[in-house]
Design a protein around this ligand. Structure first.
Ligand code: F0G
Length: 480
């Protein structure tokens, strides 16, 4: 954002870009939405994008790209091996992130796969501020387990702690002492996704680094949403307000032994990477690349996306381009909070997060409040959000449900995609749903896959509540 002083002396933040390509949207009627969500098994992942008005499922792979990124896609050098575009990416990674070795991969979970394959053994433990679904799956598939140690405030949705993504360093130290030989690495997710898009402070990663060094354990940073994390450090952490985003990025990543990212997020392309300064880690990781991803200089990505990634990484630290969607998220969160709707505070990155257990207090956890709320929100608005609660966890090995600490519905704001009127529409429909929340009666399974069940699982609305919610909508608001 371009920040200037306004007439009244307050700071005015203005988007440092304009939009020159747009995509027409259409709003399906309430009848069409009811049909679509039924056909999708009450799972927003299974909706066709054409049935969706505002697609706020994720920020992954759907951010607006810049004119410079599109231009780079045209000049990308399409070589199987040794293409110029790879070397351009490597030089941006070195300059911006401070790492000598870079390994391109087809997306974030591919990086997680290679890391787990290389560093995790049967019985390994990976302490982290919080898990992400694919991260946990890869560590467990390799025989390890995760240990989540977020700060206490992270699980209190009302806490205004400015860095709820921080790790509890006392618990980390205890784990490092007690489990020393079993710890494969420590992992920090910069902007903790499932905690409601909450950032990690510089002070915290620095402290974590000191502990890792003391105990001889590598620190791995998941930098998929690092653009938002560094922006929050600049905005919220004492001593960083006058530093450049580039300096903040370099300092943050200087504490990591290995960094990886889903490049579908911060750099707004479709791909991923792993970077390190350790020759030893690089060699261990890169041998798997030709088997699982592709040759060293494209790693399963389209070379066009690889070229656009180099530009996208540089744009992450361009002060005038960053923060637009964070302003919208904070606008929606503050409006909803004022009206008493349970949202995760303070406003973070990634999206607006509703607390489903508080939103639907009449539902037992066995009937999946967050899944019910995500499908109800689609029904009353055509807005697609994502369940981040019990459905997003898989059962344990005895077939028992694992209920996460928090059940959220995430309404993502992809970068530079939606406008203020979209935010107003979202607020209006959430408020209407909140007033009619008693209609929502929960979901039960029709088909439950054994792993990452939230992607492909199919459910049904208990007692046909969808029909009655749609009738109430039609009575009060009409067909649209
Ligand atoms: N790490 C984090 C923090 C993520 O948010 C994601 C993906 C991944 C790893 C995996 O990356 O999708 O490129 O394989 N998050 C997406 C989301 C799916 O919607 O939040 P991927």
């Amino acid at each position: 954002m371009i920040v200037v002083k306004s007439r009244s002396g307050e700071l005015l933040r203005v988007e440092g870009f304009r939009i020159r390509v747009f995509e027409k949207l259409s709003l399906p009627s309430i009848g069409e939405r009811l049909r679509a969500i039924r056909e999708a098994g009450w799972n927003t992942f299974l909706l066709k994008a054409d049935s969706v008005f505002l697609d706020m499922l994720t920020d992954s792979g759907v951010n607006a790209m810049s004119d410079r990124q599109l231009a780079a896609m045209i000049t990308a050098q399409d070589a199987y091996a040794g293409g110029r575009s790879f070397y351009e990416l490597a030089s941006v990674v070195e300059d911006l992130m401070g790492f000598k070795y870079v390994i391109p991969v087809h997306q974030g979970r591919a990086a997680e796969h290679l890391l787990a394959k290389t560093l995790v053994r049967e019985g390994s433990v990976v302490p982290m501020n919080y898990h992400f679904t694919t991260t946990k799956a890869h560590i467990e598939l390799a025989g390890g387990e995760i240990l989540e140690i977020p700060v206490r405030e992270a699980l209190d949705r009302r806490s205004m702690h400015p860095f709820k993504g921080d790790m509890d360093v006392a618990k980390l130290e205890e784990a490092l002492r007690k489990l020393k030989d079993r710890i494969a690495y420590v992992r920090i997710e910069a902007v903790a996704n499932l905690l409601g898009g909450q950032p990690v402070s510089m002070a915290n990663i620095k402290h974590v680094r000191e502990l890792c060094e003391k105990h001889g354990v590598p620190l791995v940073v998941d930098a998929s949403m690092i653009d938002w994390n560094i922006y929050f450090i600049k905005e919220r952490e004492p001593g960083y307000g006058s530093k450049s985003l580039k300096d903040i990025l370099r300092e943050f990543l200087s504490y990591a032994d290995i960094v990886y990212m889903s490049a579908r997020k911060a750099p707004s392309v479709r791909g991923g990477l792993i970077a390190t300064n350790s020759r030893e880690f690089y060699e261990k990781l890169v041998v798997h690349l030709p088997v699982y991803e592709g040759f060293l200089t494209y790693g399963g990505m389209s070379v066009k996306e690889l070229a656009a990634m180099a530009v996208g990484l540089a744009e992450m630290v361009d002060e005038s381009l960053i923060g637009s969607e964070l302003g919208l998220i904070s606008y929606v969160v503050e409006e909803l909070d004022r009206k008493g709707v349970p949202v995760v505070l303070p406003p973070g990155g990634l999206g607006v997060h509703l607390d489903a257990l508080e939103f639907l207090p009449h539902l037992p956890r066995t009937s999946y409040p967050a899944g019910s709320l995500a499908s109800a929100l689609y029904l009353v608005s055509g807005i697609r959000s994502m369940e981040r609660g019990a459905l997003s966890m898989d059962r344990d090995k005895y077939g028992r449900e694992i209920y996460p600490d928090i059940e959220l519905v995430r309404i993502a704001f992809p970068r530079k995609t939606y406008l203020r009127s979209h935010a107003d529409y979202l607020i209006d429909r959430i408020l209407w749903l909140y007033e009619h929340r008693d209609y929502v009666k929960g979901l039960h399974w029709l088909y439950e896959p054994p792993i990452l069940r939230f992607f492909l699982g199919r459910l049904e609305d208990v007692e046909n509540w969808g029909e009655r919610l749609a009738e109430a909508y039609r009575r009060e608001l009409g067909e649209y």
